[in-house]
Structures are given as structure tokens and as C-alpha cells.
Design a protein around this ligand. Structure first.
Ligand code: PMP
Length: 403
């Protein structure tokens, strides 16, 4: 049996009330909650060894540097990267994607093609549009099916020797679709294209193996994986990170500086200009360790039970439609009749239930379904079936007010 009650005790926020009701937190795809061990790690840093890293000879600086570099090794082990220096700390997925897109500005030529999927978050669309505008490259889109899956035959037809890059999320934030990324990567490699996988939504549920995937870039945010906001990850294969120019100039990323010429530091420092989010990086490591302690197989199994239970219960409501029914993770995106998602979301909040409403930064998906948005309930391993019952009762109450 999955020890959910024991796990819930690790998350102090789950004890609070909202509008006089016990909090039911189903907005995990936006940001996950933080266990005490991660909060303690943050407090410990500021109480005991707050100092700048990599350049101090004093004890505090050395302690902070050691912990920060240990966190990098933890990430390397978790993602099974070949080298720790392939793990670049960033401020989050958006930052990581922009680093790669900006770097490719000097590698792409007019007429090169870049492929994105129809299921992307805006942060995996806009930077590539900006890149195409700058370079004259052409953006192509893998279309989606009604069930929320990608049209893989069309993908095959879009690929050619002109394809330079392919971008796709591992799991869609709006629908929860788990994309066939191994197939996407292998097919792209057959035409010599590089692949970036946006793992923002996958990492809370799956332990990705970047070497087995043979992926060129993999990006993620700590705040979706029980870590703090403002820190994330760019994994890049060494050969690609060496090819890309640095994203920002400044301290820490140089080897030598004169007014005539600057030479850049090696990996990972070349991409880590300025003082990083030191505490955030260390806490990211603590969060990954916490989740590994529970175990990703156990997490996925339990979350699938929640998904099946929630899907069955919600579908008992007349007029309720779920968007995205293909192979997916514990995300349920739905609407009820013509009721605006925002109206239902507001009532749910009054009843203590936190969900996300709107387009979820994925407007093309909403356009595809011709809807303004959805209500998204996203479950984490610390949620329970009893909480799903509360959600279902609250949706029924809200619908009764509007239909
Ligand atoms: N991609 C996906 C699939 C996401 O779900 C998110 C966050 N909602 C992002 C990218 C952006 O992540 P961040 O805001 O942490 O940079």
C-alpha cells in the first residue's frame, strides 16, 4: 500500500484551510508543494552557510560550493547523464529553452526547418518563433488528434534533410498526454536533427534516462518536482553544449578577460554567468533525493490509481467532457456543458479546492478544441481519493449554480 498519510505529514501546507475548508490542492501541474526536508534545506543554507560559490577561500564559501556541486551530481545521477558538467543550473524550463533557442541563433541558416508539436506550452513555442524570425528558419507543427495524441505519420512526413531541430514536451501540461519521445528522438536523429525535450511536466512522474533516450537537450523546473521556484535544469549532450555559444556574458563564465579578448570557461560554467540561485540549486537536489526515496515507480502507480478513480467519478457528472483521453499522466482537463471554466474554478476555490482554469499557456490546444479553456485538476502523489470525492462534490455544486 502506498503510504500516502505518512507522505502527507511531510507537507506542512496540506494542513491549512482555505475559506474555512481543508485545502484540496489539485494545481500540481502548475507548481507542486514543498516537503519539510526541502524547506529545512533552504533554512539551513541561510542559517549556516550562506555565501557566494566558486571563488571564496573561506569555509562558508567552500561549504556552499560543495553542496551546490553535490546537487549537480545528484541531478546527473537522477537523469543518468554521462557527465555532471552536462547539467546546467538555470532559473527554470523557460530559461533553459531560451538558452538553447538563443544559442541556435548562430547555428541555423535561412530555409532550415524546425519542428514543434501542437501540444506545446507557450514557452516551447515562442522562443522558437523568435529564433525563426531571426534566422529565416521555418517553423513546422506536428498536428494533434482529438484524443490528445500527436499525429506521428505527419511527423514522419515533416522530417527531411532540411530539419535542423525538433522540440516536443515529454508530457503535455494542458492534457497530460505522454508523448512517444523515444520515437520522436530516433526519427529526428535519422535525418540529422537535434532534439530538445521539455520535461517540465514529466519529471514529477517519471525518472528520465537521458542516455537511454539519446536526447540532445532535456529541460525541467524544480518547482514542479517538490523543489523551490526560480531554479531549473538544462541537460545538454557535451558535444552540443560545446557547440552552442554562451547565453549571457559576465562573471563566473570566463577563463580570462582582457579588453582585447575574453576566453570562456569550460562546462558547466560557460552557461552559468553571475551568482546563481545557490540555495535553490541545493534545495533542488534535496527535492530530487526526497522523491527518489519514495520511488518513481511507486509514485506513478499510485497516481494512475488516482487518475482512474478521478476520471470515473468526474464522468458521472452530466455534461462533463474530458479533453485528452490517450496514454496520459494524472491530469484531468475538463469542462461541463457551456459553463465557463473560470466560473467553476472560482466556486471550487470557495470550497477549498485549488484547480487551474484557462488556456494553461497552451492556446493552440484550446483553439484546436474551439474552447476558451478548461478546468484542470492535476494530482500528485500526496493527494487522496477522499480529496477527489471533495472535488467531484464541489464540481456538482458549482454546476448546479450555473446550469
Ligand atoms: N513547459 C511545460 C510543459 C510546462 O508545464 C511549464 C510550466 N507550466 C513550462 C514549460 C514553463 O516552466 P517554468 O514556468 O517553470 O519556466
Amino acid at each position: 500500500m502506498f503510504p500516502v498519510e505518512k507522505i502527507r505529514a511531510d507537507f506542512p501546507i496540506l494542513q491549512r484551510t482555505v475559506n474555512g475548508k481543508p485545502l484540496v490542492y489539485f494545481d500540481n501541474a502548475a507548481t507542486s508543494q514543498t516537503p519539510q526536508v526541502v524547506i529545512d534545506t533552504i533554512v539551513d543554507y541561510y542559517q549556516n552557510y550562506n555565501a557566494n560559490i566558486h571563488r571564496g577561500v573561506h569555509t562558508l564559501s567552500q561549504e556552499a560550493t560543495d553542496k551546490y556541486e553535490q546537487a549537480r551530481i545528484l541531478l546527473q545521477q537522477h537523469f543518468n547523464a554521462e557527465h555532471a558538467y552536462e547539467m546546467i543550473f538555470t532559473s527554470g524550463t523557460t530559461h533553459s529553452i531560451n538558452m538553447v533557442a538563443s544559442g541556435f541563433g548562430s547555428l541555423l541558416n535561412k530555409g532550415d526547418e524546425v519542428i514543434v508539436s501542437a501540444l506545446e506550452h507557450h514557452s516551447n513555442i515562442v522562443p522558437w518563433q523568435m529564433l525563426c524570425e531571426k534566422t529565416g528558419a521555418v517553423l513546422k507543427v506536428i498536428p494533434m488528434n482529438l484524443d490528445g495524441s500527436l499525429q506521428m505519420d505527419t511527423y514522419q512526413n515533416l522530417l527531411s534533410e532540411k530539419t535542423a531541430l525538433v522540440f516536443c514536451n515529454h508530457i503535455s501540461n494542458a492534457l497530460g498526454t505522454i508523448n512517444p519521445i523515444k520515437e520522436i528522438i530516433d526519427k529526428a536523429h535519422q535525418v540529422g536533427a537535434a532534439v530538445l525535450i521539455d520535461g517540465a511536466q514529466a519529471c514529477p512522474h517519471i525518472k528520465p534516462d537521458v542516455q537511454a533516450l539519446d536526447v540532445d537537450f532535456y529541460v525541467a523546473s524544480a518547482h514542479k518536482i517538490c523543489g523551490p521556484t526560480g531554479v531549473g535544469l538544462l541537460y545538454g549532450k557535451q558535444e552540443w553544449l560545446e557547440k552552442l555559444p554562451p547565453y549571457q556574458g559576465g562573471g563566473e563564465m570566463i577563463e580570462t578577460v582582457t579588453f582585447e579578448k575574453t576566453t570562456y570557461a569550460g562546462l558547466p560554467h560557460k552557461f552559468e554567468a553571475g551568482t546563481p540561485n545557490i540555495c535553490g540549486g541545493i534545495a533542488f537536489g534535496a527535492a530530487i533525493a526526497y522523491m527518489n526515496n519514495i520511488g518513481f515507480d511507486a509514485i506513478a502507480k499510485y497516481e494512475n490509481e488516482l487518475l482512474d478513480y478521478g476520471t470515473a467519478k468526474l464522468l458521472e457528472i452530466d455534461g462533463l467532457q474530458i479533453y485528452g483521453t490517450t496514454n496520459k499522466t494524472s491530469v484531468i482537463s475538463f469542462n461541463v456543458d457551456e459553463v465557463h471554466p473560470y466560473d467553476i474554478g472560482t466556486i471550487l476555490d470557495k470550497l477549498g479546492v485549488a484547480v487551474r482554469t484557462g488556456h494553461h499557456c497552451a492556446q493552440p490546444i484550446m483553439d484546436f478544441y474551439q474552447i476558451p479553456g478548461t478546468i484542470r485538476a492535476s494530482f500528485a502523489f500526496y493527494n487522496t481519493k477522499e480529496e477527489i470525492d471533495i472535488l467531484v462534490a464541489a464540481v456538482k455544486r458549482a454546476v448546479a449554480m450555473f446550469v
